[in-house]
Design a protein around this ligand. Structure first.
Ligand code: FDA
Length: 380
């Protein structure tokens, strides 16, 4: 073995694929029973509808190098992501755009008139001096839109009253003064034509790559563990950085999600892939309906059944899946302390969203793995 990769998410697999192509023998371990990390998907047993097991994953990028790279393993559909939001029994288009504003205020404003209205409503507070999330949100988009679409939605995500949330959790709130309601602004977007798992499997399909599942790097009863291998072979570690150091500098905090999946005896439940629920009296934040991610599969998907997933957000304990870094002041100083400890680890390279304690979209995880391969691991 020339390289051990801990974690078979997009970061780990990109490193493994590049190294294998350069002639190195790579072993990839993952503690889960499948490869692909959080991008893993599988077909729901009763309906055959592809379900993203760890939450909806939409691929989008403006990075030409990443786009060229991912297209070696999969083609993409022409799916364009759009999100809607049910507030007070009405459905609005997101991100907040001219249609949302005109529907919300019952008007037919021009872009300039809408901009003037929001500026006037936002005058209550100043972004620079806002003391909490509410003041900053109101300063950015005005109270009516903030209350409707952001205040309670974010409070549900953080399980904290809006006034008690820090102003730091937002830097901007998207408002568009035109009728464009594409969710992403990137040059390329789409979903892998044959699904995420087919894509991921093609990345790992190389004679120089040996994948071993159900192997935890910290389980000393298995041969491929930290104690046995650090210092013996170069390691790319994509698990949680605090776990690597046995939480010596404290636990870094994360939010997690709970998913409630249901097969419904109806052809179409909500007419779209993602519906947000920003009101305080609905406990979940959004509902995904997976068949809408692949309209091109309409002839193979059932017409009388659908799969939906309600999403709930909460703080993670050590036993939960870590999804979004909380990034509190304590977390930031803890992370700096872990970065210092990393310097003492011989030939261990920390990467990916868990290894760097950073939210990374898929294209960012892949892009940063390609950089690590070139800059730290001697790749081309
Ligand atoms: P990832 O978490 O995928 O992989 C890490 C792997 O390491 C896991 O498989 C884990 O089991 C393994 N591991 C950890 N500890 C280990 C140990 N001790 N021993 C062995 N293995 C270990 N991105 C995007 O572009 N569009 C989107 O729509 C979304 N949507 C989205 C929704 C949700 C809910 C989340 C949480 C994330 C997204 N993402 C996303 C982000 C996307 O999931 C992310 O970019 C990739 O998962 C990053 O890949 P990594 O390889 O860094 O981590």
């Amino acid at each position: 073995m020339d390289l051990l990769v801990v974690g078979s998410g997009f970061f780990g697999l990109t490193i493994a694929e590049r190294a294998a192509n350069a002639g190195r023998k790579v072993t990839v371990i993952d503690r889960r029973h499948h490869i692909g990390g959080n991008a893993y998907s599988e077909n729901e047993a009763e309906t055959g509808i592809e379900v993203h097991r760890y939450g909806a994953h939409l691929f989008h990028t403006s990075n030409a190098t990443v786009w060229e790279y991912v297209n070696r393993f999969t083609t993409f559909t022409n799916y364009v992501h759009r999100v809607y939001s049910t507030h007070n029994d009405q459905v609005f288009a997101l991100p907040v755009n001219l249609h949302t504003i005109n529907q919300f205020f019952g008007k037919a404003l021009t872009p300039d008139a809408a901009r003037a209205l929001i500026k006037e409503q936002a005058g209550e507070y100043d972004v620079a001096t806002a003391r909490n999330f509410v003041e900053k949100g109101v300063a950015l988009v005005g109270r009516p839109l903030f209350d409707a679409f952001f205040a309670h939605y974010t409070a549900k995500q953080w399980q904290t009253e809006p006034e008690k949330l820090s102003a730091d959790i937002i830097s901007r709130l998207p408002v568009r003064y035109n009728y464009d309601n594409r969710y992403f602004n990137d040059t390329w977007e789409g979903l892998p034509t044959d699904g995420y798992t087919a894509w991921i499997e093609r990345m790992a399909d190389h004679p120089n790559i040996d994948v071993q599942l159900n192997v935890d790097f910290f389980d000393e009863s298995q041969p491929l563990n930290k104690k046995a291998l650090v210092g013996q072979v170069p390691i790319v570690y994509t698990g949680p950085v605090d776990r690597y150091f046995d939480y010596a500098e404290g636990e870094l905090s994360w939010r997690t999600l709970d998913f409630e999946e249901e097969v419904l005896e109806v052809g179409d439940f909500q007419g779209t892939s993602v519906m947000n629920y920003p009101d305080a009296d609905v406990p979940y934040t959004r509902i995904h309906e997976f068949k809408h991610f692949h309209p091109e599969r309409k002839d193979t998907y059932p017409t009388d059944k659908t799969v939906i997933m309600r999403e709930y957000s909460r703080f993670a304990t050590r036993d939960d899946e870590p999804y979004y870094p909380v990034n509190s002041t304590d977390d930031r100083s803890g992370l700096l302390a872990y970065r210092e400890l990393q310097k003492g680890e011989k030939d261990v390279h920390f990467g990916g969203r868990l290894g760097t304690y950073q939210y990374l979209d898929m294209h960012m995880a892949i892009g940063s793995a390609l950089s690590m391969w070139r800059n730290e691991l001697g790749g081309e």
